[in-house]
Design a protein around this ligand. Structure first.
Ligand code: ADP
Length: 495
């Protein structure tokens, strides 16, 4: 009877449901967008009830679309926008404030204050994270300090804290289960990734009562069952992971040293670093990739602020292309970038440069430069930035990477993938199913609910649509990387 696994992909702009068969093929997809709330400049919120209603609507619709029945579903996997915080009343399930979204900068001053108190190091050592408003802790603290009566209620044990996975689990189980998984817990800045416990010192720093926190469980685990009154069936919730970690799982990066890059608006690189956190001062985040079979796997995470966004800039700002896909066509009109380097440091630079004052730059122009060279150089910038992050990861993990799995919108660009292979000197693999985030959640759920008996069985599903091999030698690579790094130096500290 059981054939499918249902993945709930609760993202920043939409709630989606994807139903997969056991082979990892997409059977049904439904997407519901929801409003973004910007109460002030730099503040971003979502309505938690709308997150929930769009998500549950997507689930029922996805099943309806294929005329399926709940009996055919092995279980539900959840993957979610990370770090976003909801606080709600334990009894009524009513949120006391909107969800504060990961992008929200309202606690920047508070994080600055903590940094001035010298707490960045402790936080890094315990959580693997950089002291930044991005993560959940300062957002939860803000809610408790700013919603009338919240702190007293929290101290009386009346409130629940959760990231979006926790909020969905609570609602799916009719309020019975208050839990999260290791990967999401590791983004809160309250969870000690060495001891695998909520950390009393961090809870003290952020003034968060422990009674609010969810139970932390493995990512592949039966968290509970859907409330019968909700769907008319009790379906196991068997997998939970934050979106980037789920993508790593969906890309089958199960061994130390395996990594994936998601080329989206920005780029997200995650590398499996095995069972030790390897916390370091390089600016790379250490995070929990997943908990599975009684153990936890860690990952390095590095991001590039402007990746596919540079292609959007060519389209909307420079107006030299009409669509993102055109970039490949124009770039292929020239054999190389003609010595042009584009550094898209529109919002400063992240790893390994860490310079908020860096600004974008086009350098190496000559009378022979055409717009095709600039378009090509912009595509190449995505590969260079990726190479910089991978280089940092290799050094800090003492691991040599042997291939790169890719996904995200810009991974459709074959010229990018060829250049990436050349600049890294390793094969680039693009999977058949680029919905790796949802697929990862489905795999985690499938492992807990008997759809798969082992990771090896899951891995058999892996189907590579395109494998791009490097065609250049080390000398070429070093020359190119040297030129890129010389260009980056010239755009730093532009204030
Ligand atoms: P996000 O999830 O961050 O919104 P997506 O994974 O949907 O991003 O990818 C969208 C990004 O990919 C956009 O920034 C777009 O410019 C870029 N993109 C899409 N198709 C191409 C392409 N063929 N070549 C280069 N960039 C592309």
């Amino acid at each position: 009877m059981k054939k499918y696994i249902m993945a709930l992909d609760q993202g920043t702009t939409s709630s989606r449901c994807i139903i997969f068969d056991k082979g990892g093929n997409i059977i049904s997809v439904v997407q519901r967008e929801f409003p973004q709330i910007f109460p002030r400049e730099g503040w971003v919120e979502h309505d938690p009830m709308i997150i929930w209603s769009t998500q549950i609507a997507a689930c029922t619709e996805a099943l309806l679309k294929i005329g399926g029945s709940w009996d055919e579903i092995y279980g539900i996997g959840i993957t979610n926008q990370r770090e976003t915080v909801v606080v709600w009343d334990r009894e009524s399930g009513v949120p006391i404030y909107n969800a504060i979204v990961w992008q929200c900068r309202r606690t920047a001053d508070r994080c600055q204050e903590l940094s001035e108190m010298g707490l960045a190091k402790t936080i890094k050592q315990k959580t693997g994270l950089l002291l930044d408003p991005y993560f959940s802790a300062s957002k939860a603290e803000w809610i408790l300090n700013n919603v009338e009566g919240a702190r007293e209620r929290a101290e009386r044990g009346e409130l629940c804290f959760g990231t979006i996975d926790t909020w969905l689990i609570y609602n799916l189980t009719g309020g019975k289960v208050h839990a999260t998984d290791y990967s999401n817990a590791s983004r809160t800045m309250l969870f000690n990734i060495n001891t695998l416990e909520w950390d009393d010192e961090l809870l003290g720093i952020f003034n968060i009562p422990k009674s609010m926190l969810p139970e932390v469980l493995p990512s592949s685990h039966i968290f509970g069952y859907t409330d019968k009154g909700l769907l008319g069936a009790e379906i196991a919730i068997g997998g939970v992971a934050g979106d980037q970690q789920a993508a790593l799982f969906g890309q089958c990066c199960y061994n130390e040293g395996e990594l994936k890059n998601t080329y989206g608006t920005g780029a997200f690189l995650l590398m499996n670093i095995g069972d030790k956190p390897k916390i370091n001062d390089s600016g790379l985040i250490t995070t929990i990739a997943w908990g599975l079979d009684g153990k936890v796997t860690y990952a390095f995470e590095g991001s590039v602020f402007v990746c596919g966004a540079a292609i959007q800039w060519l389209r909307d700002g420079m107006r030299v292309i009409e669509s993102a896909a055109d970039s490949e066509y124009y770039a292929s009109k020239v054999k190389d970038s003609g010595g042009v380097i584009v550094v898209p440091a529109f919002q400063g630079l992240g790893a390994p440069y860490w310079d908020p004052y860096a600004r974008g730059m086009i350098i190496g122009l000559t009378r022979a430069t055409s717009k095709y060279h600039i378009i090509r150089a912009t595509i190449e910038s995505m590969a260079y930035q990726t190479a910089d992050v991978i280089d940092l990861m290799e050094k800090n993990a003492s691991i040599k990477v042997s291939e790169l799995a890719v996904d995200g919108g810009a991974s459709a660009n074959n010229l990018l993938l060829s250049f990436q292979a050349d600049i890294l000197g390793i094969p680039i693999l693009r999977p058949e199913c680029i919905e790796t985030t949802a697929l990862g959640a489905a795999y985690l759920a499938g492992l807990a609910t008997g759809a798969y008996s082992s990771l090896d069985e899951v891995k058999k599903n892996r189907s590579i649509e395109k494998k791009v091999l490097p065609e250049r030698d080390t000398e070429w690579r070093n020359e190119k990387l040297t030129l890129w790094r010389r260009a980056v130096e010239r755009c730093l500290n532009w204030k």
